[in-house]
Design a protein around this ligand. Structure first.
Ligand code: SF4
Length: 157
């Protein structure tokens, strides 16, 4: 005999993991670690035209302790690498990292002694956004990819 559960229309059932993932994906507090020209394009993403508020990801925090989404935007030199690592370490878990642009991903065309050949040599990266610089639509797409990843991963409480 199957017992069907009858619920009122205004009651929604979900799993705790899904609910927390949904909430986290729409309340991202970004820390922009901007070092070079990709920052110009990144600024336009924050403008009203592109409106990242729609994704709950617009408001920058300039302290890593209040941020959970680190946007590495631009070239990382070996001198900056320990600073980037320290910023990442100061962020509370769960935390996410987006590498914005060719330089952050791979050093770009700066293949020299001074440049880190990708910020993932210093910190773990969740989403890579290619381009030199990436268009605002690509950055928004990257944020949406991160949201999808957060919603689908096992949540840590
Ligand atoms: S990827 Fe291109 S635009 Fe971005 S920081 Fe490097 S050189 Fe500048």
């Amino acid at each position: 005999m199957s017992a069907e559960l009858e619920l009122p229309d205004n009651v929604i059932l979900t799993r705790m993991d899904q609910f927390v993932g949904w909430a986290r994906s729409y309340s991202l507090w970004q820390y922009p670690f901007v070092t070079a020209c990709c920052g110009m394009e990144f600024m336009s993403v924050s403008s009203s035209h592109y409106d990242t508020d729609r994704f709950g990801a617009a408001f920058p925090r300039f302290t890593p302790r209040q941020s959970d989404m680190l946007m590495v935007t631009g070239t990382i030199t070996h001198k900056q690498a320990p600073i980037l690592r320290r910023v990442w370490e100061q962020m509370c878990d769960p935390k996410y990292v987006i590498a914005v642009g060719a330089c952050a991903i791979s050093g770009g065309f700066y293949r020299n002694y001074a440049t880190v050949q990708g910020c993932d040599r210093v910190i773990p990266v969740d989403v890579y956004i290619p381009g030199c610089p990436p268009r605002p639509e690509m950055i928004i797409d990257g944020i949406m990819k991160l949201q999808e990843k957060i919603r689908n991963q096992k949540q840590v409480y």
